[in-house]
Every structure is written in structure tokens, then in C-alpha cells.
Design a binder for this molecule. Structure first.
Ligand SMILES: Nc1ncnc2c1ncn2[C@@H]1O[C@H](COP(=O)(O)OP(=O)(O)OP(=O)(O)O)[C@@H](O)[C@H]1O
Ligand SMILES: O=P(O)(O)OC[C@H]1O[C@H](OP(=O)(O)OP(=O)(O)O)[C@H](O)[C@@H]1O
Length: 212
């Protein structure tokens, strides 16, 4: 039978994801975080890991190119893909915030611009609030947008708050918490239910153990 394939978000979440898998007893090859290889078999298990860009994890899982994925909730909210979110892995914790320059809210503007890496999420957030805004999609250094006049607000992730602080910005609203999640392809969940449930249980008990 084919191996169960897990898509791991490269970058910031990869190290904690590997740590969790190892703690749960999966013998992840030690070179996974340093080599240029993108597929890794796990010894003694019918499981393989593939490394993909964070934003691509839900795509692999929705299409079934991976059975499972480990990715930030920010990406899931932005992508809105059809998949099952089965477990909060409790690492990569941060939050979505609405931020801007101090004193901004008092200004009466008819046309507000919001810069973000998460355009779908930001549009939905303002739609729910009933506030018309123009959303400008950027790919990084979001905090620069209010400092240069590109936008009035930003919708972005905050963890320590250091980036906002060092750029003289403040939080106007906490939008929602974000952390890494385990996601599953809808078809795999049915066709490989036993193996996938076992894997979920192994990770779940490890997450719970780490919490206590
Ligand atoms: N400052 C942060 N602190 C903690 N977690 C974060 C922080 N910023 C992002 N994250 C989480 O880590 C995930 C991966 O972030 P990372 O910075 O590696 O990727 P990225 O910048 O979104 O992607 P790319 O590599 O394509 O530019 C995010 O999707 C989010 O869930
Ligand atoms: O609250 P903090 O701990 O300062 O973390 C928040 C920062 O981290 C992320 O940026 P990232 O480092 O991914 O940079 P980029 O978006 O400019 O690529 C996010 O977009 C914030 O800028």
C-alpha cells in the first residue's frame, strides 16, 4: 500500500513540526531541515514527508497529493480550501491583528486602504464589519505600508509585538488566534481512516503531554 504522505510547511513551522513528529515516535531523518531534498521516508513507518511552501500546503491536501498537512491557521483562513482541520498542534502561536499608526482611528476617512499578505481574509473581516475598504496585497514587510502612506491599516500576524513596536504601530483590534494545525484530505479521511486516525492519535497525545 502507498505510504501516507504528510505535507509540511517549510520555514518557521518546520522545526517544531519535526520536533513533534519525533516526540511522537516518528524517526524523521535528521537532514530534513538542512538538505535540499523535498521528500523523506520515515523509517519503520508507512509514512513520508514532503516539504512545501506554507501557502501550498492546503493545495496539496485538497487535491490529495498529500493525505495530511501541517500548516498555520492563518494560511487555512486565507485559502479557504476544502479539507478537514483535525488538530491544534499548539506551536506557531501568534494572532491576527488590525494595526496602524496611533491616532489613526479618529481620522474621518471615506476611503481606507488596508495592506496585508492575507487579502481574502482581510476582505471577509471588513465585509463582516460592514466597513468598505480597499485591500492591497503585499508579500512581506507589511508594517511599512502605514509608514509610507501606502495604506492606513494593516491586517497581519503578531507574535511578540516587536515588529509593530519597532515601527511605531499599535494594535487596534485582536482578530483571532493562530497556531499550527493538522489537516486531512477529505477522501483520505474515509479511504485510509484507520491509519490516519492512528497518526492523529499519536500526535494528539504528544501535544497533550507537552501541554502538561
Ligand atoms: N512572527 C511569527 N511568530 C510565530 N509564528 C509565525 C510568525 N509569523 C508567521 N508565523 C506562522 O508561521 C507560518 C510560516 O511562516 P513563514 O514566515 O515561515 O512563512 P511565510 O513568510 O508565510 O511564507 P514564505 O516562505 O512563502 O514567504 C505562518 O503561516 C504562521 O502560521
Ligand atoms: O510580533 P513579532 O514577533 O514581531 O512577529 C510578527 C512579524 O512576523 C511576521 O513577519 P515575517 O518575519 O514573516 O516577515 P515578512 O512578513 O516581512 O516576510 C509578521 O508578518 C510580522 O511582521
Amino acid at each position: 500500500m502507498d505510504r501516507i504522505r504528510i505535507a509540511l510547511a517549510k520555514g518557521r513551522l518546520a522545526e517544531d513540526a519535526v520536533k513533534l513528529l519525533k516526540k511522537a515516535g516518528y524517526r524523521v531523518p535528521h537532514e530534513i531541515l538542512s538538505s535540499r531534498k523535498l521528500i523523506f521516508n520515515i523509517e519503520d513507518e508507512q509514512v513520508e514527508l514532503v516539504l512545501v511552501k506554507p501557502a501550498d500546503v492546503p493545495i496539496y491536501v485538497e487535491y490529495g497529493a498529500a493525505d495530511l498537512g501541517i500548516v498555520g491557521r492563518d494560511i487555512l483562513l486565507e485559502e479557504g480550501r476544502s479539507l478537514y482541520e483535525v488538530l491544534d498542534l499548539k506551536f506557531g502561536q501568534c494572532k491576527f491583528v488590525l494595526a496602524g499608526l496611533p491616532g489613526f482611528r479618529e481620522k474621518q476617512l471615506t476611503h481606507r486602504r488596508v495592506a496585508t499578505k492575507y487579502p481574502r481574509f482581510a476582505k471577509e473581516y471588513f465585509r463582516k464589519k460592514g466597513e468598505p475598504v480597499e485591500v492591497i496585497e503585499l508579500t512581506g514587510s507589511i508594517e511599512l505600508a502605514p509608514l509610507t502612506g501606502l495604506a492606513d491599516w494593516i491586517v497581519d500576524i503578531m507574535q511578540t509585538g516587536r515588529t509593530l513596536k519597532e515601527n511605531g504601530l499599535m494594535v487596534y483590534e485582536d482578530i483571532c488566534p493562530v497556531s499550527a494545525r493538522l489537516v486531512v484530505n477529505r477522501v483520505s479521511m474515509k479511504t485510509r481512516r484507520k491509519e490516519i486516525n492512528k497518526l492523529i492519535e499519536r500526535l494528539k497525545s504528544q501535544v497533550e503531554r507537552s501541554e502538561n
